[in-house]
Each structure stands twice: as structure tokens, then as C-alpha cells.
Ligand binder design. Structure first.
Ligand SMILES: [Zn+2]
Length: 55
């Protein structure tokens, strides 16, 4: 159960981070190289912070 809880907390953190990036206008861009993350990538992981090259 503890592992599940940790995973949920990590996912929540990712979602909060994504919301911050939405506010900042940087949602959907890679934090490493700044290029846009593909629609496919965002569908698979809506809170993705990095492009496929830097995932
Ligand atoms: Zn990148």
C-alpha cells in the first residue's frame, strides 16, 4: 500500500507541476531542450515534462 501511496503522490506532484507550467505558458514543451512535446506524447503522459529525446 505504501508503494501505491508514493506513486499517487508522485503523480499528483506531476499534475501540479503541469498546472504550474500551464499558467506559465510552457506546458507541452520539453524542460531540457524547450521543443514542443508531440501530441502523442502528451496523450500518453499529459503531465510529461520532457520530449521523447529527453524522457
Ligand atoms: Zn527535449
Amino acid at each position: 500500500m505504501e508503494a501505491d501511496l508514493n506513486r499517487v503522490e508522485a503523480e499528483l506532484g506531476d499534475v501540479e507541476h503541469a498546472l504550474t507550467r500551464l499558467d506559465a505558458g510552457t506546458y507541452g514543451t520539453c524542460e531540457v531542450c524547450g521543443s514542443a512535446i508531440s501530441d502523442e506524447g502528451l496523450q500518453a503522459a499529459p503531465a510529461a515534462r520532457r520530449c521523447a529525446d529527453h524522457a
